[in-house]
Design a protein. Structure first.
Length: 323
């Protein structure tokens, strides 16, 4: 069966832990796995512009013995002149995996439905699960065990990052708190899914409009830009709405004494985070950015292994060629 990674809960708690273990191993020994030897090609498709996703996946595919095929916005007929389903069928005949940074989650789901190779969500409007794996790896490096730790996300809590923090951190057995203003809170179905996962892992979920409640004693403080792609015309309005949720030194003081700060980047100093925080000693954002590489290499390796498609698996475990 082909494994895909479209949303954080596509990995069980044990599988997520295994991916993080593998990420740490690949970080220590960068070229120890070559599941894409050949080289095999991985399509990395961008409907949205990118820096970290582009660099980390292109580098990671190469590290794993493969060749990244970067498809920039407007350079393919995917979803325009050719249906997603037909594109998936074509990709499956030529590629080892597909990474897609896009808008609608439904498009990723349709791609996976018709693909015989792994499909990875490189970001959608609903979720950013690869970023969460990098963040969890970063926190595990700093704190050790993740279970029982508390992460507080403050700011625009109706976006893809808040959704993935809820699901991904609950999967890791963490206590995840999300705070944002009324009208900018996560969807009820996402919160319900996170609470269900937390019930199985010993974690917990809190959604609130009170930033101080979310921050109190937290081990990790996280935020994201208030003005995502396509919201530029709303900058003044959104800056006013989210002002009370800015991560300042005073906000960090509400968290645990040894609390750390994370941000998926790009960051806007003086808006969602103060310069003294993101550039200060509590900030792990550069480790976090690097860990996109290691976490995504581990994810791709896991998906290829689980699908029986890794070139460096013993022959008896490899799936018969279907493309």
């Amino acid at each position: 069966m082909t494994r895909h990674f479209l949303v954080d809960t596509d990995l069980t708690p044990d599988e997520q832990a295994s991916v993080l273990d593998l990420a740490a191993s690949l970080k220590a020994d960068r070229f120890s796995r070559r599941p894409l030897a050949g080289p095999q090609t991985v399509g990395v498709v961008f409907d949205k512009t990118s820096t970290r996703t582009r660099v980390s996946f292109a580098t990671g595919v190469s590290d794993l013995g493969g060749s990244p095929l970067i498809i920039n916005p407007g350079e393919s007929q995917l979803g325009h002149k050719e249906s997603i389903a037909d594109s998936a069928r074509v990709f499956s005949r030529m590629l080892a995996a597909v990474v897609w940074r896009t808008y609608e989650q439904a498009g990723l789901e349709e791609m996976a439905e018709h693909s015989t190779v792994p499909v990875v969500n490189g970001l959608s409007d609903d979720y950013h699960p690869c970023q969460i794996l990098a963040d969890l790896l970063t926190l595990r490096e700093h704190f050790g065990d993740l279970a029982g730790r508390t992460l507080a996300y403050v700011g625009d809590a109706a976006n893809n990052m808040a959704n993935s923090y809820l699901l991904g951190c609950a999967t890791a057995g963490m206590h995840v708190r999300v705070a944002g203003p009324e009208g900018y809170l996560p969807r009820e179905d996402v919160v319900a899914a996170a609470r269900e996962r937390a019930g199985a892992t010993g974690g917990s979920v809190l959604v609130t409009t009170d930033a101080r409640e979310a921050l109190a004693g937290a081990d990790a403080v996280v935020t994201d830009t208030w003005v995502s792609m396509g919201q530029e015309s709303e900058k003044a309005e959104r800056t006013e709405i989210f002002a009370a949720y800015s991560v300042t030194a005073e906000a960090m003081a509400l968290a645990a004494q040894d609390a750390v700060f994370l941000h998926c980047l790009p960051a806007y100093r003086g808006l969602e985070v103060a310069a003294e925080v993101i550039d200060g000693p509590a900030s792990l954002v550069w480790d976090e950015a690097e860990n996109r590489l290691h976490a995504q290499k581990a994810l791709l390796t896991f998906l290829l292994d689980s699908s029986g498609l890794s070139a460096d698996l013993p022959a008896a475990l490899r799936r018969e060629e279907t493309r």
